[in-house]
Design a binder for this molecule. Structure first.
Ligand SMILES: [Fe+2]
Length: 262
């Protein structure tokens, strides 16, 4: 998938809009300064280096982050409707965490994490349009993201730290200490990490489907249709015969009519 220059520009403006609308002063100014300082890099970054992963194309990073923020805002409403305690975190914490959850993917202040692939074989055979930049010393994505924020004087709350740190859920073994504890007092005191993880999972899955399902089109079964008992009644003579036999054993006419209409 490729984005046009206009789409990349619009996605960037949307991302800045999320900061303008949801991050409060005095932090907003610092966050905007940071994003403006690295705008060219962030605007064109892929979200991953391999096609097999999600959004591995120019502009894929911002497109992914915008989707995660949007999913997180919707999931926030849903968790609230289902009874989660939304007073344990703020909407600003939700948007700040979603905005910066993958920030560590940008690399160090001097060097980008992903650079164009120089090996033609890997590009053609493995679909790797990008490769890791070996000049960047290793750090996990959450650790690097949190480092970059503090290095630019952008403070974050305890909730935001926890959500960014654990946004990969149990896909990252290091998160077990936060997410797999059976001690109530050690469990997160807010649903924010779970909501952010769900939002990231949802966005990544949608990006995978968009990229790969059309390529598998010839291998897929015919499109699934909604199944109802009504379809079943018309299409299955075996079930109809079984049902008729079962109904013949019922004496109550009222009950017979009721069951026959199911
Ligand atoms: Fe992500």
């Amino acid at each position: 998938m490729n984005l046009t220059a206009e789409e990349i520009q619009n996605n960037w403006l949307r991302l800045i809009g999320f900061i303008e609308d949801h991050i409060s002063e005095p932090r907003k100014t610092k966050v905007l300064e940071f994003y403006k300082q690295y705008s060219e890099r962030l605007m064109l970054m892929p979200a991953a280096h391999k096609k097999e992963y999600h959004n591995a194309f120019p502009g894929g990073y911002v497109e992914h982050v915008n989707r995660v923020i949007t999913c997180a805002l919707h999931l926030h409403e849903l968790w609230g409707q289902m009874g989660a305690d939304l007073t344990t975190y703020t909407k600003e914490e939700l948007v700040f965490s979603a905005l910066n959850h993958d920030l560590g993917k940008m690399g160090s202040e001097e060097e980008e994490s992903y650079v164009p692939q120089t090996d033609n074989w890997r590009r053609e055979k493995l679909g790797e349009d990008y490769m890791f930049n070996t000049k960047v010393p290793f750090a996990s994505v959450p650790d690097r993201g949190l480092y970059l924020l503090q290095a630019h004087g952008i403070s974050y709350t305890f909730n935001e730290m926890l959500a960014i740190q654990t946004h990969d859920g149990l896909y990252d073994e290091a998160n077990k200490k936060y997410l797999m504890t059976y001690m109530p007092e050690q469990k997160p005191r807010t649903s924010l990490p779970f909501i952010l993880h769900q939002a990231d999972l949802m966005a990544s899955r949608i990006e995978f489907e968009r990229e790969w399902l059309p390529k598998f089109q010839n291998n897929l079964d015919t499109q699934k249709k909604s199944f109802t008992l009504d379809n079943n009644k018309k299409s299955s003579p075996i079930i109809s015969a079984t049902k008729a036999k079962a109904l013949s054993t019922i004496k109550s006419e009222g009950l017979k009519t009721l069951l026959d209409n199911l």
